[in-house]
Write a protein that binds this ligand. Structure first.
Ligand SMILES: [Zn+2]
Ligand SMILES: [Zn+2]
Length: 839
């Protein structure tokens, strides 16, 4: 077991052989009810609901390889040999099955028989005890290590700060035991107390942490034993590879080699060439992995939260790449290399290769634009003894130049930054954004009441009870209901509006917060309390159009794939009562024809009145059915499928109409770019669509009247306009005319006038205006009765002038590109009329 891939797979196979259920890595985006970190930062984090007893575990013992991202370390990456933001954590978990003895035995067997580590280099730390917690040393762990053959001098007791694990508040907790690898006395500091945990040197590398979840910590600081004792372990994959491969840093392990080689070949500078090169290689390698995985899990760059973490590492990597001479764009190529290295273990990267590339290319380009201006401002600012807070703020707020980058550049030049002034300006700026943004509400009542039963798929009104209540500021209160018809925002569908009422008191819904399959509700009003029986209502005139818009969104998604191609993927959506918005990946604007085609296809499905079928099925089954899964969306083991049989099939938790005819009508309002290879369609359905179409019809009526008026006014004597015409030929009552400087309405008017003037049954007139050729075919009904069709004829004649046209059987016109063809067009017209009328 030598390579990173072998260690990863070997660990999972080993624990499978010990009866553990292998589970896939959870997303880097934590579950909605997990507010502990912005990004998943430990292998055990996705297991917390099982450890807390909120959900039954999928099996009594499991194992995973979890992708993790540590935000606090971003600025440390590159400075040393071990800091990483993105890393993989192997873990085995026991939910009430084996405990300390099993954990230590498994660890020993895996390290010796599979990793083939030298037992003499392994050390174990244990909890030394803590008077504050009324705990003595972890004698059980000590004797288990001794029993395993670890000499007592290599079992090191460490204080709670090192060897006691807790969630940071009341909850499960317990002592842990960490396993260290000893690189040898010669790399140590040589002090007599150089032991695992030594902060002076890097002799000991901690690589496996065994957490013995034993107690529950209460708010008053006391501990009580947990009813079921659990095991949670974390084995760092990169560190383990470094030990097994005996290399000086994680960046020297095989898992990074492809990426490091790519960086060297693109920059022409090798790792280790200079201090700058070494730092840049590490930053690019680590951040390159991080950005690829973040975008792969659906994070997009922004100025807030996870999006800002992504933006920071993209910009930091871009800046370091430029420094060692890489030419933009290079981030998509970097991501491709990461996918090549890691795609086999993480198929989601391969699946989302295109989005990853698009998102990184767009952000890199955006940064390149601002970097140049930002750098010159930074140089100006750096001409002083220190960087003012105002300059640092302007760099960030105006130039998108992250403060971390300013700090890093300043540090390299030994310049200080007025952090106090910067922080003050930033806070003022945030306050302004907050006032203009929307209010958000946290999760407050989890655990205070049982899960709410969502009944909104079947009904919009229900008699129910308030099961938990908490007052908020500003006349708001937050509750949980026993049963709720309110749809909490999710899957692109906005939260319902509605109200609760009892004996004449009523409160309006302000927000419905989704917590996986549970919810919390915020209302504005007074007079309610826990235990109240209430009527909960979503007005039908709000819910119904929302359902119509949601089902139409699915039809639109499919129609776009049919018309534009399979590359079309949903990139975001907003299903509201008044309209729907759908963002999708497509490199260019839709043509008029494509837009019309998409609109017609959706309307055809509506007119066919297809049923909308909704069912639940295992995720694997849905995948086999080819259901469309959304990029960046997390799915459970059992998924809800919304199907319009024979047309669309999507995983979706939203509310839908029962059959497509209920949508009524579908009309596209607008189509435009939202940047980075994505387009946005806004559309209307049902009543809104009808109102909009009606309004357009009225406007075009008015427009037509106005045009008529202008056209009449525009009829001026020939001499003034320079227009001229000449009858060039006749055939069977049809007059052939050559005109100049006329087109459109005036040309059609001329054909009408000539029919009267020449007492002709028909007129074919050709004109050249402003270098462009035009044709009008104007026939009496009698000619149509004899088998002539102006539309058909003008299309044929249009070929001679390099164009096409259309109209009615009695009046049709064409425009083209080839003015030299008008003579031929008239000659062909004469022939066609003669042929038709002699038949
Ligand atoms: Zn030391
Ligand atoms: Zn949906």
């Amino acid at each position: 077991m030598r390579t990173t891939a072998e260690i990863r797979e070997g660990f999972l196979t080993f624990f499978e052989s010990k009866g553990h259920l292998r589970r896939p890595s959870a997303s880097l985006i934590p579950r909605a009810d997990d507010r502990s970190t912005l990004l998943t930062s430990a292998g055990m984090q996705p297991q917390m609901p099982y450890f807390l007893g909120r959900e039954p575990p999928p099996a009594p013992t499991t194992c995973t390889c979890q992708k993790c991202f540590r935000t606090p370390d971003i600025d440390e990456v590159g400075l040393d040999t071990f800091h990483l933001t993105f890393f993989e954590m192997l873990g085995n978990f026991s939910f009430g099955e084996y405990f300390k003895e099993g954990a230590i035995e498994f660890a020993k067997e895996f390290m010796l028989e599979h990793l083939k580590l030298d037992w003499n280099r392994l050390w174990a730390s244990v909890h030394a005890g803590d008077p504050e917690l009324k705990l003595g040393p972890d004698e059980v762990a000590i004797s288990l290590w001794e029993k395993a053959g670890m000499p007592p001098e290599r079992i090191v007791p460490l204080p709670s700060s090192e060897n006691f694990w807790w969630v940071g508040g009341p909850g499960p907790c317990g002592p842990d035991s960490e396993i260290y690898y000893d690189w040898g006395e010669e790399v140590g500091c040589g002090e007599p107390d150089c032991l695992p945990g030594c902060t002076r040197c890097e002799r000991f590398l901690e690589f496996w942490n065994l957490v013995f979840m034993s107690y529950e910590l209460h708010a008053d600081g006391t501990l009580t034993p947990l009813p079921k004792q659990n095991i949670d372990t974390g084995l760092g994959l990169e560190r383990t590879a470094r030990i097994v491969q005996d290399v000086p840093s994680v960046y020297d392990t095989d898992g990074y080699q492809l990426i490091m080689q790519w960086i060297a070949s693109r920059s022409g500078v090798a790792y280790g060439d200079s201090e700058d090169a070494t730092k840049a290689h590490r930053v690019l390698a680590d951040h390159g992995r991080g950005m690829t995985f973040l975008v792969g899990d659906g994070v997009t760059p922004s100025n807030e939260g996870r999006g800002y973490v992504l933006r920071r590492i993209i910009r930091r990597a871009a800046q370091h790449g430029l420094r060692i001479g890489m030419e933009t764009p290079f981030l998509p190529g970097l991501a491709d290399t990461v996918i090549e290295q890691m795609g086999a273990a993480y198929p989601e990267l391969v699946e989302h290769r295109r989005e990853i590339s698009d998102v990184l290319a767009a952000e890199e380009a955006r940064f390149a634009e601002t970097l140049e201006r930002g750098m010159s401002l930074f140089e100006e600012a750096a001409a002083h003894d220190s960087i003012s807070g105002d300059d640092a703020f302007t760099l960030q707020a105006t130039y998108g130049f992250p403060i971390e980058l300013t700090r890093e550049l300043a540090r390299e030049r030994a310049l200080g930054i007025n952090e106090e002034e910067y922080t003050r300006l930033m806070e003022e700026h945030r306050e302004i954004s907050r006032q203009t943004g929307s209010v958000s509400f946290g999760v407050r009542l989890v655990g205070a009441a049982p899960k709410t039963e969502f009944v909104g798929y079947e009904r919009t009104e229900v008699e129910t009870a308030i099961t938990a209540y908490e007052d908020l500021d500003d006349g708001l209160f937050q509750i949980k209901l026993e049963r709720s018809p309110f749809y909490p925002a999710g899957g692109g569908q906005v939260a319902d509006v509605g109200y609760i009422e009892k004996e004449g008191v009523r409160a309006d819904l302000v927000n419905a917060i989704r917590l996986d399959d549970d919810q919390e509700l915020v209302f504005r009003g007074t007079g309610f309390a826990a235990g109240d029986r209430v009527r909960a209502v979503v007005p039908w005139n709000v819910r119904f159009p929302t359902m119509a818009n949601h089902t139409a969104t699915h039809l639109l998604h499919k129609a776009l794939q049919e018309v534009l191609g399979d590359h079309v993927r949903q990139a975001g959506s907003a299903v509201r009562p008044d309209k729907l918005r759908f963002d999708f990946t497509h490199p260019q604007a839709l043509t008029h024809e494509q837009r019309v085609e998409v609109e017609s296809r959706v309307n055809e499905r509506i007119f066919e009145n297809l049923p909308v079928r909704i069912f639940e099925t295992p995720l694997e089954e849905a995948r086999n059915l080819g259901a469309m899964m959304l990029f960046g969306e997390k799915y459970g083991d059992v998924v809800r499928v919304v199907e319009v049989p024979g047309y669309s099939r999507e995983l979706c938790g939203g509310t839908h109409v029962r059959s497509t005819a209920e949508i009524g009508a579908f009309s596209i309002l607008s189509e435009g770019s939202v940047g980075s290879g994505a387009r946005r369609i806004e559309a209307l359905t049902s009543g809104e669509a009808f109102a909009w179409l009606h309004e357009r019809a009225r406007e075009s009526e008015e427009l037509r009247a106005e045009l008529e008026r202008v056209r009449k006014e525009a009829k001026r004597p020939r001499a003034e306009t320079g227009a001229d015409f000449q009858v060039v030929d006749r055939v069977d009552g049809v007059v052939l005319v050559q005109a100049t400087a006329l087109k459109g309405g005036p040309l059609r008017d001329l054909s009408d006038r000539l029919r009267k003037q020449e007492k002709a049954d028909g007129v074919i007139v050709a004109s050249v205006d402003d270098g462009k050729p035009y044709l009008v075919v104007n026939f009496d009904e009698s000619l149509v009765g004899r088998g002539l069709d102006a539309t058909q004829l003008v299309r044929e004649l249009g070929k001679h002038i390099g164009g096409g046209g259309g109209g009615r059987p009695t009046l049709a016109e064409a425009g083209g590109k080839n003015p030299d063809g008008v003579g031929d067009a008239l000659a062909a017209g004469k022939q066609a009329v003669a042929a038709a009328l002699s038949a």
